[in-house]
Design a protein around this ligand. Structure first.
Ligand code: BGC
Length: 726
């Protein structure tokens, strides 16, 4: 409760209130100023500090109430200094990477007059056809939740009134990542249990971390488009979780209730959305028309709901300190990536690379080796990723430049001429000829940034065919091949992966991407990332995720289907193996699992050791169970291990996932060094949701796995109701 907000609400007319609930974009300067003068609540960033200050000045000095503007921009993985994409960041298994991105991004944004970012995207994503998987933190709810918290805290700092932080926005609420068939904006339909367990949980974590706003998603969920979903926007988010911040509609999402076919016109759409819990409408003049007339009367829209929405908006402005400091300090303006910001972006990028294959230890590149670099990403500057604006600082160094700089004593040759979608016969012959004379070929291949992101779903998630041809032709020369894979999503790599020697997933690593890749290739830094999303064998397997539920006919991992390259449609003759949950035309499981990846050294995991296994009643009262494991670097190089803890509730009244991530730690160890890592399991880690909206924690056996993407150890504990029953 704030005296200033109360006093303003007291003075505001109906139109003035409704104007605070609108955000417009794509307007020219004259229209922006006119809207600011009339008292609109929020605008998109007009790209410069001078322009944003001029706009704020109109709002503060020329509008009747003098309320400053929320100035919004999608600063998703950098404004000027572009960091790795969020999916790449998740591969670091190190939330500090996301926190660093958020801090640098927030400082750049606020210094330039932006006070509100539409980030982080915390949609759990299990379908790599969906282009927006690049914007989130992958398929796992626990990993995504930890990254959501880190991003929110990084953007917002310890208080929003600081001059180097921005208000964050969790999006897209909710289940947008479950779009049917991986097609953007498509419908979702799911059990209450799955919604709670997986899709709502990242938002709950982000709200608990203090996120200032939440964006409604475009999809309908169980028949109700999210912009009209009272049960979730108001019932769960605001009432159950006590979220006191701003709910913003997505771009034209309110108007699109008409396209969803649940309301006849935009006027009804906006009434439905506001009543459902949307506080700010993005796009259009749906509340107050261009002539300044309110579209809805107080009879058509509850004044109490409008007051609540306005209060949320004004409170956010107050928390941001905008009433005291509406203007950005023009002396602190940032126009491009600075050296310190780049250093953070480089450090972040170095932690996101994932090594999935390294036959014969072809990586790191041997000293003195003759290296041929080829492929469409050899001289590409397309490393920024999907969510960047035109003013982002460009990539100045290609992989060819960076590798030449990093390779001090080896000889580098570069074969230019491959395009992402076309490789000529001449180029193919040239690369093959030169490959035969090289000691190792590095092929930088992949998906351009534009193939992932919003409205960029793909039905086929393989590499473009000409690149596959290039890989296979080079591999056929017998010279070892290292693949550097640029991508915004997990790809299907079956056509070539067994023919190459090394695979390094490079995602889109941002402005410092090429340098980070080159340093890993030469061994100056160690790859230590792990996959935040499963790489399927075929698109027919998706949606695919490691934490699938047990079925009644699980495939037999020891059976004869396992490991066969292509059993084919004839099927195996062993009937025991036949009637199981599998595909006839694929070996079992994904190509590369969630959590997979390794580095240039080796690690040994000790046994899983439990501390005192307390009883269920004690867990409920806040006690925890300690889990410890010793990890040792058994190789000859320094390296990072990502130690992951998974749990399975063996017998539960509701079918459980085969395993669920409940902890992870990334640790750097010198050769020979060992450390003991400690994890804790609390009631929340072992509970599950039922479909009637309750959470249960049941006694019985639990299996715990410690897994570092290479090896796995496990142990069981028995949870009793009370200690004396043990
Ligand atoms: C996207 C949002 C984004 C908004 C504003 C929409 O199309 O779905 O993620 O924040 O545009 O740029």
């Amino acid at each position: 409760m704030s005296a200033r907000v109360d006093a303003l609400l007291e003075r505001m007319t109906w139109e003035q209130k409704l104007l605070q609930l609108q955000i417009v974009w794509r307007a020219d300067t004259a229209i922006q100023h006119d809207l600011a003068r009339r008292g609109i609540g929020a605008q998109f960033w007009p790209p410069s500090v001078a322009a944003v200050n001029a706009l704020q000045r109109v709002a503060v000095e020329e509008s009747e109430l003098g309320i400053p503007l929320l100035v919004a921009l999608d600063v998703v993985h950098g404004q000027f200094t572009i960091f790795p994409t969020p999916l790449a960041q998740a591969a670091s298994f190190d939330p500090a990477v996301a926190a660093a991105d958020a801090r640098v991004s927030a400082a750049e944004a606020r210094a330039n007059g932006v006070n509100w970012t539409f980030s982080p995207m915390v949609d759990v994503t299990r379908d790599p056809r969906w282009g927006r998987v690049v914007e989130g933190f992958g398929e796992d709810v626990f990993l995504s939740s930890r990254f959501a918290e880190a991003k929110v805290r990084g953007y917002q700092g310890d208080r929003l009134s600081r001059r180097d932080v921005v208000a964050s926005c969790l999006k897209h609420f909710v289940a947008y990542g479950a779009a049917e068939a991986g097609r953007d904006y498509n419908t979702t339909d799911m059990s209450h249990r799955r919604l709670r367990e997986t899709y709502l949980e990242t938002f709950r974590a982000g709200v608990a971390a203090g996120a200032a706003s939440v964006m409604a998603s475009f999809n309908a969920l169980n028949g109700i488009p999210m912009h009209a979903n009272t049960g979730l926007l108001t019932g769960v988010l605001k009432d159950e979780w006590g979220f006191a911040g701003v709910v913003v509609g997505d771009a034209d999402g309110v108007a699109q209730l008409v396209d969803h076919g649940i309301v006849p016109d935009e006027k009804t759409a906006v009434a439905r959305a506001i009543e459902a819990g949307v506080d700010v409408v993005m796009g259009g003049s749906l509340l107050v028309d261009d002539d300044g007339v309110a579209v809805l009367t107080p009879g058509e829209l509850s004044p109490a709901r409008v007051d609540d929405a306005v209060r949320r908006v004004l409170t956010l402005k107050e928390r941001l300190g905008l009433f005291e400091n509406p203007y950005a300090d023009e002396r602190r303006e940032v126009r491009s990536a600075t050296a310190p910001a780049r250093a953070h972006a480089r450090a972040a990028a170095s932690r996101c690379l994932v090594l999935l294959r390294n036959e014969g230890a072809v990586l790191p590149l041997a000293r003195g080796a003759q290296v041929l670099l080829a492929g469409p990403f050899a001289r590409s500057t397309d490393h920024l990723g999907a969510w960047v604006q035109s003013f982002a600082s460009p990539v100045s160094q290609t992989l060819a430049d960076a590798l030449a700089e990093a390779m001090t004593d080896a000889a580098l040759e570069v074969a230019d001429g491959a395009d992402v979608f076309a490789v000529s016969e001449e180029h193919l012959a040239d690369v093959v000829g030169r490959a035969a004379r090289a000691d190792v070929v590095v092929l930088a291949v992949g998906e351009p940034s534009a193939l992932s992101g919003e409205a960029s779903s793909r039905a086929d998630i393989a590499l473009p065919a000409p690149q596959v041809r290039l890989i296979r032709a080079v591999a056929a020369t017998g010279t070892p091949v290292v693949i550097v894979l640029a991508t915004g999503r997990p790809l299907v790599v079956e056509d070539w992966v067994d023919e190459v020697d090394a695979v390094l997933v490079a995602w889109h690593l941002g402005v410092e991407g090429p340098a980070a890749i080159a340093e890993v290739l030469v061994g100056r830094t160690n790859p230590g990332g792990r996959l935040p999303m499963t790489f399927p064998r075929a698109v027919g397997q998706v949606p695919i995720h490691y934490d699938h539920e047990s079925t009644g006919r699980p495939p037999r991992t020891g059976g004869r289907i396992q490991g066969e390259a292509h059993p084919g449609l004839a099927g195996p003759d062993n009937t025991d193996d036949y009637y199981t949950s599998k595909y006839l035309d694929l070996p079992l499981g994904p190509r590369f699992d969630f959590g997979a990846g390794f580095g240039y050294t080796t690690f040994a995991l000790g046994d899983v050791a439990f501390g005192r296994v307390v009883a269920l009643a004690d867990l409920e009262a806040g006690a925890t169970i300690d889990v410890r494991v010793r990890v040792q670097n058994t190789g000859t190089r320094v390296g990072d291990d990502v130690v992951q803890l998974y749990v399975r509730d063996e017998i539960a009244s509701v079918t459980q996932p085969v395993r669920r991530l409940r902890g992870f730690t990334r640790v750097t160890l010198e050769p020979g060094d060992a450390t003991t890592l400690a994890f804790t399991l609390g009631a929340d880690d072992l509970r599950f949701w039922t479909d009637d909206g309750t959470q249960l924690l049941e006694p019985g056996a639990f299996t715990v796995w410690i897994d570092d993407g290479v090896s796995r150890v496990h142990a069981r504990f028995e949870l009793t109701q009370r200690e004396d029953a043990a």
